[in-house]
Design a binder for this molecule. Structure first.
Ligand code: P1T
Length: 395
């Protein structure tokens, strides 16, 4: 275990074992295959009119999906997991729990696509949304109304890595009987388990770290609340936002290396963060694992480490950013995050393109804010690449 890591909460000591074995038990298959067979069937023979072997129709359930859902639940120490066709598919199901006239308090710094879904679709359906800075729980308390049904946030946020105190959010919501949900995409269940901090539902874009290889698109909701699970299970089927069995098998395989990958992402990103903080071409680094982060202590109290995500302000503006992206060689200019390969993007023209300009300005999503998803390549190569690109950007 690295020195940095010992400062944080203990990682679940059984995590890697669960990630490799739970849901994949060979004895459940006739062949005792060590790797779950992919079940592509869309329909399943019924034993009689009122008796099945557990599966009926592919949208309702599927053995490859069941394997993954069981593993996801175990990793969050939850009772239930449900997979969806994408992270936004999972969000669509979550917000569909609510009705026209209901009110949602939402973090103001969230993935641009989630922001667009809430503004362009959910608001139009009559669900009112208040965007607040959740880093101060008092802002959430102020925004709560008699019809508030959900408090939702990301922590750390995409792309400015702000951290919300999940214990305080859960305590406030419970006192008012409001459901809480947290997007845990950046940290994964390896580094942060919001349900253990009192949160009701955890959302994932499995497209990112959980799969880890940028080759499957999927989302998930995880909960121990039986009533919410039953309603979400109905929505998963009724809305038809289900993943393919093949993609489920891909993510099941990805999870088996989640623990080792996350340790490498953490180590590389911390070194990148420390390097950038000292670089003359860099104005400021946003990384919750660096003592310079305003919520460094809070982070240590609710997570057991960090992912490969960090952002930084380059000295200069759009012109310098363009030069940086032109110069990078190992880091690729690309959307998304959480794969083994290093990616860089400019949120204001990428993942947050459609976020209203005012909201972007308030969040500090400027022309010189660059987001990195630090992969698990050799660290010296990554630092060398960044160094030459930063020099090219500011020369
Ligand atoms: O892309 P999808 O699987 O639908 O997941 C959406 C999503 C949800 N939550 C967070 C925190 C995310 O970052 C994302 C997707 N994000 C990107 C594609 C991106 O480049 O930030």
């Amino acid at each position: 275990m690295s020195k940095e890591k010992s400062e944080f909460l203990d990682v679940d000591p059984n995590f890697a074992t669960k990630a490799i074995h739970v849901g994949s038990e060979p004895e459940q298959w006739h062949s005792w295959a060590m790797v779950p067979p992919i079940s592509m069937a869309t329909t399943f023979k019924q034993m009689s009119l009122d008796n099945s072997k557990g599966y009926e129709y592919g949208r309702l359930d599927n053995p490859s999906r069941a394997v993954l859902q069981k593993c996801l639940a175990a990793l969050d120490e939850a009772k239930y997991g449900l997979c969806f066709a994408s992270g936004l598919g999972a969000m669509t199901a979550l917000v569909s729990l609510f009705n026209s006239g209901d009110h949602v308090v939402c973090g103001d710094d969230i993935y641009g696509g989630t922001n667009e879904l809430l503004r362009e679709v959910v608001s139009r359906l009559g669900i009112e949304i208040s965007y607040v800075n959740t880093t101060d729980v008092a802002n959430i308390a102020k925004a709560i109304k008699p019809n508030t049904k959900l408090i939702y946030c990301e922590t750390p946020t995409n792309p400015t890595l702000k951290v919300t105190d999940l214990r305080k959010v859960a305590e406030l919501a419970k006192s008012k009987n409001i459901l809480t949900a947290v997007d845990n995409t950046f940290l994964t269940s390896y580094f942060q388990r919001p349900l253990n901090l009192g949160i009701d539902v955890v959302l994932y874009s499995l497209t990112k770290y959980m799969n880890g290889h940028s080759d499957a698109m999927m989302g998930a909701l995880v909960t121990s609340n039986e009533e919410i699970y039953k309603r979400l299970k109905i929505l998963q089927n009724a809305m038809g936002i289900v993943p393919s069995p093949f993609d489920c098998a891909m993510v099941t395989r990805g999870l088996k290396t989640l623990a080792v990958r996350m340790r490498e992402h953490m180590s590389n990103a911390l070194k990148v963060g420390q390097f950038l903080e000292k670089h003359p071409a860099v104005e400021k680094v946003l990384h919750p694992g660096l003592p310079s982060h305003p919520q460094y202590e809070l982070t240590k109290s609710q997570t057991s480490g960090h992912s490969g995500m960090l952002s930084f302000y380059l000295k200069g503006g759009l012109e310098e950013s363009r030069k940086f992206f032109k110069a990078i060689k190992i880091f690729a200019l690309a959307a998304s995050l959480g794969g083994v390969e290093s990616l860089a993007e400019l949120p204001t023209l990428g993942a947050h393109l459609h976020v209203p300009a005012k909201q972007k300005a308030e969040q500090g999503i400027t022309d010189n804010l660059i987001r990195l998803s630090v992969g698990i390549e050799s660290i010296d190569d990554l630092l060398e690449d960044l160094d030459q690109a930063l020099k090219a950007a500011t020369s």
